[in-house]
Design a protein around this ligand. Structure first.
Ligand code: ARG
Length: 388
């Protein structure tokens, strides 16, 4: 006879994995780690550049230990703050990112890091989805999270787990000319949504999605193509979700939606004044009474961002909600904190700038496993339109 070793650790009747949106009260979260992090390699889907130093080659291999320690201190600080707020915090398992990769289609000299679980992993209700990813160095980035995934999946039969198809990441998956386009050409082509990946294979990073109950928006970007969005639609819509592609035409290097369009609570979205949403897509939100509010200019300019950081100054907007009334914001972003206070939020702060060169800020560096709440319809007009 088979022994049933499953222990159901749900609180009340809530599954151990349960998160339908970006704002309900957070119960359990994974916070990334910089341990073992490497510089992101130059590859067809990525051309990292040292900021402000012209043409010096971008370093390769492991990041210096002092830089890793500084980032880990701030990641641990975030973990401690969350714990003090009553949130259960989990961390990724160690992974050898310095190991080169070789598959039948490509090789790459080293991998990247486990600082941004948000990029790879997403909780959609009671389901965990592992993204295919768009860059070679991130091909195996799900590995540091697999032990946790198994734990959640084994401990509660209501938890499901889906792994999206892995693209080849062969040369043919990328458009090399993308990187050479002058700004005028980018402007002229801004509505085409053709970036550095082709449309032939399923490609997406998890961080191009944002969750609003039964509605999921997904940004077409350098890291998510139309085949990726089709895969998400066909996989998720039969399960009762609705998947809406969104575009921010003035972002010429779009990747990951959480510095561009950030829902804070039902009815309120923090938007990026440099990257307005396509006019026709805006209507979905305004029709149902959502307010779109521009974030203030960040404290740092793009030129002040850390030299190895590949993200923009808009990491300022990358806040993490711990409830519809309370969120965490980077310590030095006073103008944004003031705006959030004016909306009635309680704002907690942590220093986080030493994490920026690992790809993100507070939202990127986390992956929510469990929040209060269930699937709700925040867009009744969409329901009405699809019913008539
Ligand atoms: N591409 C964004 C920007 O530079 C940064 C996105 C970071 N988000 C993330 N999940 N890693 O504004």
């Amino acid at each position: 006879m088979r022994r049933n070793t499953q222990v159901i650790k749900s609180s009340g009747t809530m599954p151990v994995v349960n998160s339908w949106n970006e704002w309900d009260t957070l119960q359990e979260v994974v916070v990334g780690s910089a341990t073992g992090a490497c510089f992101e390699p130059t590859e067809p889907g990525n051309r990292p550049q040292v900021r402000g130093l012209g043409d010096v080659p971008f370093p390769t291999g492991p990041k210096p230990s002092e830089a890793v320690e500084r980032a880990n201190e701030q990641l641990d600080g975030l973990a401690a703050l969350l714990t003090a707020q009553g949130v259960s915090v989990r961390r990724p398992a160690p992974h050898d990112f310095a190991k080169p990769l070789r598959t039948p289609a490509f090789d790459v000299e080293n991998q990247y890091c486990a600082v941004c679980p948000r990029d790879v992993m997403i909780t959609l209700g009671n389901e965990i989805v592992e993204a295919p990813m768009s860059r070679r160095a991130r091909y195996f980035e799900y590995e540091p999270y697999r032990k946790l995934v198994y734990e959640y999946w084994e401990s509660d039969p209501r938890v499901t787990w889906t792994v999206a198809p892995k693209p080849t990441m062969a040369d043919s998956m990328y458009r090399q000319d993308f990187w050479e386009w002058p700004v005028e050409e980018r402007h002229a082509r801004m509505h085409e949504s053709e970036f550095c990946v082709t449309q032939d294979e399923v490609v997406f990073d998890a961080a191009d999605m944002s969750r609003f109950g039964r509605d999921i928006i997904v940004q077409e970007s350098m890291t998510t193509n139309r085949a990726g969005i089709r895969w998400l639609k066909r996989t998720l819509e039969p399960k009762g979700f609705r998947v809406h592609p969104v575009h921010f035409p003035l972002d010429y290097f779009p990747s990951h939606i959480d510095c561009t369009f950030v829902p804070l609570r039902p009815g309120l979205i923090l938007t990026n004044p440099d990257r307005p949403i396509r006019e026709a897509e805006r209507q979905m939100f305004t029709d149902d009474g959502w307010k779109l509010v521009d974030a203030p200019q960040p404290v740092l300019t793009n030129d002040d961002m850390p030299p190895y950081c590949q993200s923009s100054k808009w990491l300022s907007m990358n806040v993490l909600s711990i409830s519809p009334e309370k969120l965490i914001c980077e310590e030095q972003e006073k103008p944004l904190q003031d705006l959030l206070y004016s909306f009635g939020f309680e704002v907690l702060t942590v220093p986080f700038r030493d994490v920026f060169e690992y790809g993100g800020s507070l939202h990127c560096a986390t992956w929510d496993i469990r929040r209060d709440g269930t699937r709700e319809d925040y867009f009744p007009s969409v329901s009405y339109r699809s019913a008539v």
